[in-house]
Ligand binder design. Structure first.
Ligand code: NAD
Length: 329
């Protein structure tokens, strides 16, 4: 039952990785929560008070879902996945069309319903490819977004939607918050469905490999990335939402690591000796080197992520190892 004192939140994409964790976090904070998604969370029951299975590309669904003056709306729904989904080019039309429609519908519905605050999850993928060509490319500052030249249609849609929310903020006074997530990982994320990102894919490959075995890694493995543990992402979202800073702001770790070193770390966590076979003829590689500059988030929120990659990977590996064992049974 909803009580009148409770803050009310809508989480779009509540069946997905970050959305399902966000619902849990909001419930812990005492919110009444409605979730919406095409599907229920895959790995544990939703904790939302109300969960609507619906397609946010449909205006009628969006109107039905945004039917009360929520205090906060978190718009995380998007057609997305890891490199194998985003960088092959095969899903570009869907990625752009589906996610843009969701955002166009949501921002308009929030405006019409006088929603107090809407959070939009953008991505590090909006940054220009030229800024990420070296293994030690300078950390990405928010202002580097322009002139825009993302390396994927996914990034172009995100930059369009950032601007869409900012325009509604400027022209219609909607209170928006925009964060650019940098590679979020953790338990209960995609790990074997073709949409998984590198931390989950590496954990799966290592969990499936015999001690002394070999796993295949896309590219030469020297490409650098950073990964942010899910709990830190949620902390950043909530702090941004409670602040009066609109963004866009990076929410990412600044602990850069090469993919080969990440494999070594996971092998060590697993207690296995693992050899790496680098697969070089892969189209879906993404940029060469990426890092998040966290000056702005520190300045505006007085906080920045600092959870260690090792600790986060230990938790993620434990969960994926359990999934692999369950699959074998
Ligand atoms: P996810 O794919 O697990 O979650 C997205 C959810 O949106 C899915 O459950 C999907 O079913 C739902 N969805 C897609 N189309 C829909 C539709 N038409 N109607 C209703 N629901 C729909 O992804 P995630 O990792 O949880 O990411 C959440 C958000 O954060 C996304 O917007 C993503 O682009 C952004 N982001 C994520 C990362 C990351 O590393 N995970 C990095 C940058 C940005």
């Amino acid at each position: 039952m909803m009580n009148n004192q409770q803050r009310k939140a809508l989480v779009c994409g509540a069946g997905g990785f970050i959305g399902s964790h966000l619902v849990k976090r909001l419930k812990k904070e005492g919110y009444w929560v409605r979730g919406v998604d095409l599907k229920y969370p895959k790995f544990s029951p939703t904790q939302a008070d109300d969960f609507v299975i619906g397609d946010l590309r449909e205006q009628s669904v969006v109107r039905r879902v945004v039917d009360m003056p929520f205090d906060e709306v978190y718009q995380l729904a998007a057609d997305m996945g890891g490199a194998g989904f985003v960088f092959t080019g095969e899903n570009d039309a869907d990625i752009m069309h589906n996610s843009a429609l969701i955002n166009l519908n949501m921002v308009e519905a929030c405006y019409k319903r006088n929603i107090k605050k809407i959070f939009y999850s953008s991505s590090a993928c909006i940054y220009p490819q030229e800024r990420q060509t070296e293994l030690d490319s300078p950390a990405l500052k928010e202002e580097f977004a322009y002139p825009a030249h993302p390396d994927s249609e996914y990034g172009w849609e995100k930059i369009f939607s950032e601007r869409l929310y900012l325009n509604f903020h400027r022209n219609y006074g909607i209170d928006v918050r925009i964060a650019r997530f940098h590679n979020i990982y953790g338990p209960e994320g995609s790990w074997n469905d073709g949409r998984e990102k590198s931390p989950a894919a590496i954990c799966r490959k290592v969990a499936e490999a015999e001690n002394g075995g070999e796993i295949e890694i896309w590219g030469d493995g020297k490409q650098t990335r950073l990964f942010l543990y899910i709990d830190e992402c949620l902390e950043g979202i909530r702090r941004l939402m409670d602040s009066d800073f609109v963004g866009p702001v990076n929410i990412g770790s600044d602990e850069r690591i090469s993919i080969n070193d990440l494999v070594k770390m996971v092998a060590d966590i697993a207690g296995k000796d693992i050899k790496v076979k680098n697969k070089l003829d892969v189209k879906a590689l993404g940029v060469r080197g990426r890092n998040s500059d966290n000056t702005l988030i520190k300045e505006k929120l007085g906080w920045a992520p600092n959870y260690s990659l090792r600790k986060g990977m230990e938790r993620t590996y434990a969960w994926i190892e359990e999934q692999v064992k369950k699959m074998k049974q």
